[in-house]
Design a protein around this ligand. Structure first.
Ligand SMILES: O=C(O)CCC(=O)C(=O)O
Ligand SMILES: [Fe+2]
Length: 280
């Protein structure tokens, strides 16, 4: 199978065309994809015509499934969740803030894979920021202040009963296109270093950002908040970004260990539906 890898014009990301993910892939092709994924951090596979079974098989080439703690999977597919926004939905856009998937966990996942099924005619990009590039270009003065520091991660601002997707959203009576359940477990915290080495490539990068990061271990709150905000503004700068524009049938796979990502709106009145797997 021959395929083409075209790097994006942005700080990360590449498009792969000429691959049919509805078929089994040769080990050598899987190796090439893995290499490209580690190099470009975000891969977009164009023109796929595939179902959930294909998505699952493709995902398992890269590791085992990680179960989503707060979003209900499809009834008949415990490893696939549907990110769906109906045409008339008025809830806030899901995941419209920079984050690393489940950085609040003890062992955050390696990859998230999205299959675009219904794609609106405009808007709805998924944005990525390269955290290797952000660290490399960081002013020494800022780096010194975060060096050796452990960030406190938690899902509480999003998934606790008091969080963004909690009681308030329920009380608003607005319906989401998919089911999110909040839980007391979202108040749990987990430490991860702000600067760490990528577990596969060994390259240094920043990990996580304000949002799932709620503090810095051993630092007073106002001081930590100020530092995390400064860091956030640096690590999400436009020069480190790549904005991914979807086409129907596209599959996008990113490396949670090296990029932050966020969803975008801008498609009011249109449906958007993607199926997602997460690889441990
Ligand atoms: O809807 C999107 O573009 C991305 C949503 C997201 O953050 C995710 O699936 O992890
Ligand atoms: Fe996400």
């Amino acid at each position: 199978m021959t395929f083409t890898i075209t790097p994006s014009q942005g700080a990360c990301g590449a498009t792969i065309s000429g691959l049919d993910l509805s078929r089994e892939l040769d080990p050598s092709v899987i190796r090439d994809i893995r290499e490209a994924w580690l190099r470009h951090h975000v891969l977009a596979f164009t023109d796929q015509n595939m179902d959930d079974e294909d998505l699952e098989r493709f995902s398992l080439y890269f590791g085992s499934f990680a179960g989503d703690p707060y979003i209900a999977p499809l009834d008949d597919r415990p490893n696939v969740i549907e990110i769906r926004r109906t045409a008339d939905e008025t809830t806030p856009i899901f995941a419209d803030a920079w984050h690393t998937d489940w950085s609040f966990g003890k062992n955050p996942p390696a990859a998230t894979i999205l299959h675009g099924i219904v794609i609106p005619p405009h808007g709805g990009n998924t944005d990525f920021v390269n955290q290797h590039a952000a660290l490399k270009a960081m002013p020494a003065e800022l780096r010194e202040r975060i060096e050796g520091k452990q960030a406190i991660h938690s899902a509480r601002l999003a998934y606790a009963p008091t969080g963004m997707y909690g009681e308030k959203e329920k009380a608003s009576g607005k319906q989401r296109g998919f089911r999110i359940h909040t839980s007391e477990s979202a108040y749990d915290t987990q430490l991860h270093p702000l600067i760490r080495r990528h577990p596969e490539t060994g390259e240094e990068c920043l990990f996580g950002c304000l949002g799932y990061i709620i503090g810095i271990d051993g630092m007073e709150e106002p001081e930590a908040e100020q530092l995390l905000l400064e860091l956030y503004l640096w690590q999400t700068r436009p020069e480190f970004q790549y904005s991914h524009q979807w086409q129907p049938g596209m599959v996008v796979m990113w490396d949670n260990r090296s990029v932050l990502h966020k969803a975008n709106g801008g498609y009011e009145g249109y449906e958007r539906k993607l199926h997602r797997t997460v690889v441990a």
